[in-house]
Design a protein around this ligand. Sequence first.
Ligand code: 5GP
Length: 174
Amino acid sequence: MESRLKLLFPAEKIHLTVDRLAHEIMRDYADKAPILIGILKGSCIFLLDLIRALKMSVEIDFIGAESYGDGNVSSGNVRITKDIDANIENRDVLIVEDIVDTGLTVYVIIKHLKARNPASLKLCALIDKHIHKKLPVKIDYPGFSVKEGFLVGYGLDYNEKYRHLPEIYIMEEG
Ligand code: 5GP
């Protein structure tokens, strides 16, 4: 099926939001040495832009999780496909996610990381699809709030396509 892309957030708007989030994080972690944990793969471009906007030294690590299969409908299951390498005991940890949709992915990851006894654990998400949220997940640093649609671009894919686009689009079928 053919899909059309409708522009939602131009690159400039994304950069302003990333800068705003970076300032909030810098303010709150001024005297700390946080470790940022990106959720693969969708958050990669966001995480890299975010750490460049942070005028402070941070460590990074990645965790892999799968909640969507080969399409654009959530499977309702989350599988951890890659664990972190860092020891996060007594560390200030900030999870960096692309989209919180039902909240299931971050819910499972928060539980997984909490068991490692970090000093603190917070969540930054570029996009909050608040209407779909099924689990009590608090986004400490939310970027955009989006109601509907399947989004691609700026790291977000559809079957591994469109990650390279500098803007965020809503994918429309037909
Ligand atoms: P949740 O577990 O919160 O329902 O879903 C979160 C995950 O689903 C995100 O990490 C993201 O990979 C994927 N996801 C949710 N909504 C979208 C979307 O609109 N576009 C893309 N490309 N991925 C999405």
